[in-house]
Design a protein around this ligand. Structure first.
Ligand SMILES: Cc1cc2nc3c(=O)[nH]c(=O)nc-3n(C[C@H](O)[C@H](O)[C@H](O)COP(=O)(O)OP(=O)(O)OC[C@H]3O[C@@H](n4cnc5c(N)ncnc54)[C@H](O)[C@@H]3O)c2cc1C
Length: 371
């Protein structure tokens, strides 16, 4: 199929990647994003070798690397602060870094600018009221009162996807894992040339994300999924790090700005069965939301977008393309979701402890395979 008129619901990492992949394949793309401010929280994200390769395939690698901080190793520390390993990470694009850290806002700008340059129309503050798929196309009524007709609709509207609720109301729902993540930005120390991972009851990571900046993440057990009011968040995060390694405790003392703390309870979701109904298909967190223990959630959403565009180009009807897309993506995404959850459960005593180092090496081997 070529020259499709496509609606993408959701202007996040997966939706924008879809707009780029579909735009490069010659399709006409409209992206709608519910948030009128298109806001993205200001901490960063780890993108590994398969994402660097995917950015190359999307034709945005130079802009992506310019906005990011590349690194070629992961250092593992035990809770006392002693370094026990420096594991080299293999690059999948010759001459380019294996992994990067990048600010979420910087990533959104790279993807959004590229999508627009390829002709995508991005409409902010708009969502879907009704989808009517009559088998030949999808008529859509938007929240601003407008209507339009599309050949296909791509639901990339995240873990609480309204599109999923509409087309697959009986699909699995996101589940709280028992763990939460705390994040905070810092200036990047001169010696931070790798991802640093500290194992322990509260797992900590230091991620370089630009020439000047890094962010710290800390995963903590959160029984009962407590709600933390914004006032006082910095003090709570400091307390979570009270028994961390000396270097982390020294950083914790600088956590003073409640507004700079980004806390999120961790949820997981894997939708079994098909990821489409008729001419409406889902991608990214809408069908497979992983905890961040392997740093691959966004990577899976970006790869989904590439594969979806490829399969639309190979088939004469959308349902055949969607089935082929699902066939290529399901096992890889299931592996990431389940392995990440195993690590999470091991950390909070809900399951056997997983050797992080071994799990990371195995994950690299899996995601290095062609998509
Ligand atoms: C704490 C944490 C840390 C993480 N760290 C990493 C990491 O280091 N590396 C990594 O690869 N992944 C990481 N992830 C996972 C990653 O953030 C997600 O997998 C990724 O954002 C999924 O992209 P998406 O486009 O599917 O969904 P989202 O990023 O959630 O985007 C969905 C978009 O759709 C919009 N939207 C929602 N509903 C509607 C609607 N009804 N109409 C229109 N628009 C709508 C939303 O506003 C949003 O902009 C992490 C996740 C968490 C929770």
């Amino acid at each position: 199929m070529d020259d499709l008129n496509v609606l993408v619901v959701g202007g996040g990492i997966g939706g924008l990647s879809a707009a780029i992949a579909l735009g490069r394949a010659g399709h006409r793309v409209t992206v709608i994003e519910r948030d009128p401010e298109w806001s993205v929280y200001g901490v960063g994200i780890i993108q590994q070798a398969n994402v660097v390769r995917a950015m190359d395939e999307l034709g945005v690698l130079d802009a992506f690397l310019d906005a990011a901080c590349g690194f070629d190793a992961v250092e593992i520390y035990i809770p006392s602060g002693e370094r026990v390993a420096r594991v080299p990470a293999p690059s999948l694009v010759p001459g380019r870094p294996a992994n990067v850290g990048i600010g979420r806002r910087a990533l959104q700008k790279v993807l959004g600018d590229s999508a627009r340059a390829l002709g995508a129309v991005i409409r902010l503050g708009v969502t879907v009221l009704d989808l009517d798929d009559d088998g030949r196309g999808v008529s859509v009524r938007f929240s601003d009162g407008s209507t339009a007709r599309f050949d296909i609709v791509v639901g990339a509207d995240g873990v609480y996807s309204q599109t999923r609720e509409t087309i697959l109301p009986d699909a699995a729902k996101p589940e709280f894992t028992g763990q939460g993540v705390w994040r905070y930005n810092f200036p990047r120390p001169g010696d931070l040339d790798a991802l640093h991972v500290y194992n322990g009851p509260v797992g900590v990571g230091l991620v370089p994300m630009s020439a000047e900046g890094m962010y710290l993440f800390a995963t903590s057990p959160e029984p009962g999924n407590p709600h933390y009011p914004r006032d006082g968040l910095a003090a709570v995060m400091r307390a979570k790090l009270a028994h961390a390694a000396p270097r982390i405790q020294a950083l914790a003392e600088q956590i003073t700005d409640d507004a700079g703390v980004v806390y999120r309870p961790l949820e997981g979701l894997m939708v079994g069965g098909p990821w489409h109904k008729g001419r409406v298909v889902l991608l990214g967190d809408a069908v497979h939301a992983t905890t961040p223990h392997l740093g691959q959630g966004a990577g899976m959403a970006i790869e989904d977008a590439i594969v979806l565009a490829e399969e639309l180009g190979r088939h004469d009807d959308p349902e055949a393309a969607f089935a082929a897309y699902h066939g290529r993506r399901y096992e890889r995404c299931r592996y990431i979701v389940e392995k990440s959850l195993e690590i999470c459960h091991g950390q909070i005593g809900k399951g056997p402890q997983v050797d992080n180092h071994k799990a990371t090496a195995e994950m690299f081997a899996v995601v290095s395979q062609p998509i």
